[in-house]
Design a protein around this ligand. Sequence first.
Ligand code: PEP
Ligand code: MG
Length: 914
Amino acid sequence: MTSGAAAAPAHNSRYVFDFSEGGMEMKDLLGGKGANLAEMTRMGLPVPPGFTISTEACRYYLQAGDPPPDLVNQVRSALTRLEVATGRGLGSATNPLLISVRSGAKFSMPGMMETVLDIGLNDDTVGAVAALAGDDHFAWDSYRRLIQMFSKTVLGLDSELFEVRLEQAVAAAGISSDVELPVPSLQQLVSDYRGIVREQTGEDFPQDPHRQLMMAILAVFESWNTERARLYRRQERIPHDLGTAVNVQMMVFGNLGHGSGTGVAFTRDPASGAKGVYGDYLPDAQGEDVVAGIRNTLPLAALRDLDADNYEKLSDIMAQLEEHYRDLCDIEFTIEQGHLWMLQTRVGKRTAAAAFRIAEQLVQEGRIDLDEALRRVTGAQLGQLMFPQFDLSGGVDLLTTGMGASPGAAAGHVVFDSATAVAAEADGRDVILVRRETNPDDLAGMVAAVGVLTSRGGKTSHAAVVARGMGKTAVCGAEELEIDYEARSLTLPDGRVIAEDDVVSIDGTSGRVYAGALPVEPSAVVKYFDAGLDAANDRADEPTRELVRAVDTIMRHADRVRRLTVRANADTPDDAARARRMGAGGIGLCRTEHMFLGERKEIVQRLILAANDQEREDALAELLPLQRKDFIRILERMDGLPVTIRLLDPPLHEFLPDLTDLSVRVALAEQGGTDAESELALLAAVRRHHEQNPMLGLRGVRLGLVLPGLFALQVRAIAEAACFRQRLGGDPRAEIMIPLVGSVQELELIIDEASEVLKSVAERNHCALEFPIGTMIELPRAALTAAQIAEAAEFFSFGTNDLTQTTWGFSRDDVEANFFSAYLERGVFGVSPFESIDVAGVGRLVQMACDEGRAVRPDLHLGVCGEHGGDPESVHFFHDAGLDYVSCSPFRVPVARLEAARAVLTTDAGSDTR
Ligand code: PEP
Ligand code: MG
């Protein structure tokens, strides 16, 4: 995403803006809090007066190490205006002004940066504050709070020093809490605190309020870069170069007796999205007390009884804010001795369900149109609504945390191999398949299991990709687990052992693994996509019905708006059918490798081991009818829609036994004197095909060129399947895709061979086979020579998994578990490039290939079928790059449909997808 940050700040900029000068459109400069305070001021709402120091000043300070030269003057002028507006003076011994200094970045970072309250208190003003409030306790308690907060935040002292002293004072007074401290104790505490400051810094606590103010402002600037703030930004994908604004505002006090109090409120329920005002109120308290949860709050409705007038006023203001912002607002307010003050408002955060419900309510109420409703929800939120979730309310026993590789919630008995999983499922038992890592042999077990847990591999490991494709929950790379296949157990770092058959629960979103079976809540939204509105509404409560209705309304609009087609990656008839129900406009990637597994593996082994042409042709002839049947069924499910079938991609050794296992078996057989002849032949073949880097070895198009007849067989099976479907009156639309092409010559050789086959099948069967033949672009060389490749290819489909692997030189099976956490922590990238497209590098290759390919062949059809096709931010990129379609796993299809529409409405790609 783009930061929206201005270029390097100029020296003569204006850095300080009164609240009366700004507005909500100025978030870049004034931060969210400042812009909204200005907006409320502009609306004529009761906002304590103040001013905002811009993010530009912060950026200047962080770059230069000094504040901008004119900042002090500008702050002084603004302060003078504030003094005039309030009729009080900062540091005045008769009518003192107290101010707060608060951070406020463009994007909300709750609690991450600093705040200093009660600035203006010192030995001279404390008495006047007491007299004005009629409350000595209040004045001295505020003074000691100022010293404590200032020391920690501005002077960087250990807060423990002050806490200990406070506890001692409470103990000495023989009371239970610091709110009861008598005034003399508070006065003593102020004196002690000042002693601590002197001892620790060698200087007195600053008595000059102007100095207090400037020091606090700079401390807030610096808090932009604390460890926790940086961590938060990384998680939330907030750019590090924005800086924070600083809001300086007249203090108002909710802790001045019974006519005072403070509260927070929402204009609708941010958790469920239900209509109606929600909030909490705390009489005779400061805002910090509400946030800290020190005292139990009252529901907002209680304010009606306590102070009907202000309750009315507040309700009116909330209605005005909703009307004005046309969205759910959250607010903070304080009542100071009967006077209502608005301290903050912003468009409130909400859960995924609330986002959809509120967007639809606002459309119904005529406040926003459907385009705006689309902007208000995200694909990530839709994704959350589609997966079942654990109900964690009953307490949990967390065993370990891995990578949330395929979202969802699953609980079942632990099993360690595919066969046991299949048998257990046949017995009607839910199982979690636990493996160090999975390979194609584990497919049956993965299908049978309710979830998959691995100790190795990342988000694009076999387990993750396959599980996501199936919509099956998976946690990968849970490295703390020691899996012992022999003992059929796994061991945790603390020595605890989970044996086969024990029950665990895995959360594929958070990556957490729990002991025992946690209750699971199914998703009505998935039922809606999978089986329609009626099925989703069946036995659902009203909020759920409203949610499903909202999803339905917004998705229908998304389909009208989007330009990108969304296809699915699907390799079985069931997946194809589900993809279609989920709204896929075809298949963008049908991987054919799984069609060579199971009982067919033995035929493939004969193909690989064939001693002569005859043996090879026999094996191919046996595979042909099986492949044909596969394609007939998929083309039938996707009748009338394009189905891109990719010819075989993985290295041959994946179809052969493991080298070490086989060597041991042969050695044992030889030792025992048994006949090992056939095993020996197999071993020789396995050795022949063994590669150090199979991902860079004999796979994809290379295999098609080296193993005679293999690709021709697949093309023949596709062609014959299509003829069969045509004869039945169907409309098969196969597209043939060649993987791992690096040069146009490779592609041309395969196209020549395929065209021959298509021609002969068409002639023999009297049918028309005008299938496009295209290629994956998944190697940098393919992208760099796209202009040449486009001479031969009728379409490009970007294989961004391999393209990311080969552009970065990252092994997609290893790096995520090995060192990505360090890279993310150290800010090399904000998100794994296997998850969200690396726009600057891999994205540049994609854009280049699109442009250069289309320059040669203007009608070149362009798509993407790597995992990025279902990632919200990447979908925006592919829209902007001019692709025709994205293809993703069936479960991601609705998310991609939604984001494809949002991409049309967002000119600044990716900026609004968080
Ligand atoms: C890719 O590389 O992006 C791709 C879709 O192919 P696979 O994941 O099967 O290598
Ligand atoms: Mg690939």
